[in-house]
Design a binder for this molecule. Structure first.
Ligand code: HEM
Length: 580
């Protein structure tokens, strides 16, 4: 009798019974075959995975060895342990921050310094302005952590992503949007925002508990919401909830993004996810509302072709809702990510509101604090506003650029307290070869300690750590070059002399001025942020005087540490109507 010869493959087994003269296998033989077959398949899979994992590990080890090898050549303090320098500045007994530690290291090792944040993380800090420029142009990518913060909170989008390739197109279209139509609208918005915010803060102010930071947050949120999404945003019933949600998300965003695998096992993480979901729903709700209004206004437009319809339509939509051309719905789709199926609808809007509100609020708070601490400057800015408005009663947008004191105050505040202590970049794929002859390996974290750079005496003179907006102004000398102003002296007569204004120095002429970054990933919203803040303060100071709440005089003193302002205080303030 023929025996059942065990075939080697599953196909062989299935075909066996069709072959002439072959004996059908018994159930037991079939079972043995399947068991052997399963073992063979599992073995193959295990081998393939082993080879893949080994390959990946080898790649990682090779990269790590390259990182160590190249990192070793960059000057920096010796590594105290296998875990790097982190313990030296993570707030232990010395209370030293990374900026303090970098300050000392740069003094000792020069303008490029490396630190190890662990065995696999190399940080390279650059402090010399000319090298900074080069680094910020060449290092095109953002840190993966920054990308994770936005992705986790607002879903996938092509803005604020680490890879420059992915963000390039979005940056360009956003810049066109912001710098085009939007700038025309800023003029109309500022006074509405001032009225809106004053109405909101009135009950708090009457109790004497209005602090600089919270009022700045309302102002930033309202000015951005109205400028980006249309001033219908100010009358939106959910605007306050939206602001609160955005701030709650901001508080925890970096914590949850610091986990490489989202911590599904933590309750707080789920609470955070619920907040993000609510923000998404609210944003979509607002956009839907905009679209409905758009249809309404389009209808009105078709029927009337009137100016009212156009104004109303423009009002109902901001940059995200209108696009360059109102009829161009595909532009709205582009912003909402509909052209890329992977993109979260409204992800870009939430991302820009998030970043824009936090940074703008910081700068507004800083300016408010400076103005209450320097009432004489406030009065000069007021006189300047009155003078400019008298000369141009129509209130053109360009008028704001004639308010030199105000602009200089904005620049000086941004210089002394930038949005963060460090600008962070990296190059994900390629090593960065600097003209200095130093090679920074791919994957290293590159930082510019912007607070140190912007308060460095070699870049800004001996009063670098003092508030002096006059450093951005020059006296316009007839028939000769402008002479930089160094103090308040003589400013009064100049201001009163009708046709002898100052010359505002271009802040970017000093390459150590970096509050909005620089190079390939510089802030896209720089112009609109400055303009929005200028318009807001021009309108605010024209109507109100900002004063310290009586009794909180000591709260306003800035705290200096190692020549750096870690945080400007948030004193209690009041707004007093000028014509009262
Ligand atoms: C006072 C307000 C603001 C400050 C201080 C500020 C500051 C910054 C800084 C420092 C960066 C990183 C730059 C770099 O790495 O070189 C940045 C990036 C960015 N900012 Fe702003 N920003 C402000 C307001 C805004 C506003 C209002 C918008 C939009 C409406 C905006 C849009 C962006 C975008 C899209 C990026 C990311 C660019 C990229 O990843 O390629 N910013 N901002």
């Amino acid at each position: 009798m023929k025996s059942c010869e065990a075939p080697y493959t599953l196909l062989g087994f299935l075909l066996q019974k069709d072959q002439p003269g072959s004996r059908t296998c018994s159930v037991e033989e079939g079972f043995h075959f399947f068991r052997d077959y399963a073992i063979r398949v599992i073995n193959i899979l295990l081998w393939v995975s082993l080879i893949l994992v080994t390959g990946l590990l080898l790649r990682k080890v090779t990269r790590l060895l390259r990182l160590w090898e190249k990192g070793r050549k960059i000057p920096g303090p010796p590594c105290p342990s296998f875990y790097g320098h982190v313990k030296l500045f993570s707030g232990g007994k010395s209370g030293e921050t990374l900026t303090d530690f970098l300050s000392k290291s740069h003094e000792q090792y020069g303008s490029i310094v490396r630190l190890w944040l662990g065995p696999t993380q190399l940080l390279v800090s650059v402090k010399d302005p000319s090298i900074i420029k080069e680094v910020l142009v060449k290092a095109e990518d953002r840190l993966p952590l920054t990308g994770r913060v936005f992705r986790l909170a607002f879903g996938y989008s092509n803005l604020f992503v680490p890879s420059f390739e992915k963000v390039r197109k979005r940056r360009e279209s956003l810049a066109i949007q912001l710098n085009g139509r939007l700038i025309e609208r800023a003029n109309a918005i500022s006074s509405k925002v001032v009225d809106f915010v004053m109405q909101k803060i009135d009950p708090v102010m009457s109790k004497g508990i209005l602090d600089c930071r919270s009022v700045s947050q309302h102002m930033a949120f309202s000015i951005l919401g109205a400028t980006l999404l249309g001033d219908g945003f100010l009358s939106w019933s959910n605007a306050t909830v939206y602001e609160e949600l955005l701030m709650m998300i901001a508080k925890d965003a970096s914590l949850w993004a610091s986990y490489k695998v989202p911590p599904f096992w933590k309750r707080g993480f789920w609470r955070y996810q619920i907040l993000c979901k609510r923000l998404k729903c609210l944003t979509q709700d607002f956009i839907r509302h905009c679209r409905q209004n758009y249809k309404l206004f389009s209808l009105m437009d078709r029927n009337s072709h009137g100016a009212t319809a156009t104004v109303g339509r423009d009002t109902a939509f901001g940059v995200f809702c209108t696009g360059l051309d109102m009829e161009d719905e595909s532009l709205l789709d582009e912003f909402n990510g509909h052209n890329d199926a992977k993109e979260e609808p409204c992800g870009n809007i939430m991302g820009v509101m998030f970043h824009g509100c936090l940074t703008t609020a910081g700068l507004i708070s800083d300016i408010l604090t400076r103005l209450v601490m320097h009432p004489e400057l406030q009065e000069k800015i007021y006189s300047e506003i009155v003078m400019v408005k008298k000369r141009s009663p129509k209130s053109e947008l360009e008028d704001v650029y004639k308010m030199y004191f105000l602009l200089a105050t904005v620049y000086e505040s941004a210089r002394l307290l930038p949005a963060g202590p460090l600008l962070k970049r990296c190059s994900l794929k390629h090593d960065l070869n600097l003209q200095e002859g130093i090679a920074i390996p791919a994957g290293a974290i590159m930082v510019v300690p912007v607070q140190l750079v912007q308060m460095d005496g070699s870049n800004w003179g001996s009063d670098a750590n003092q508030f002096n907006p006059y450093r951005f102004l020059s006296k316009a000398e007839q028939g000769s070059d402008s002479v930089p102003l160094s103090s308040f002296a003589g400013v009064e007569e100049k201001l009163n002399a009708a046709n002898s204004p100052f010359v505002l120095n271009d802040p970017n002429a000093n390459s150590a001025f970096l509050p909005f970054g620089s190079g390939t990933r510089a802030c896209v919203g720089q112009k609109i942020a400055i303009l929005g803040i200028m318009m807001l303060f021009a309108s605010l100071l024209e109507q109100y005087e900002i004063k310290l709440q009586p009794g909180s005089e000591n709260d306003a003193e800035p705290m200096m540490k190692n020549c750096v302002l870690p945080l400007l205080p948030s004193p209690k303030i009041i707004f007093v109507r000028r014509n009262d």
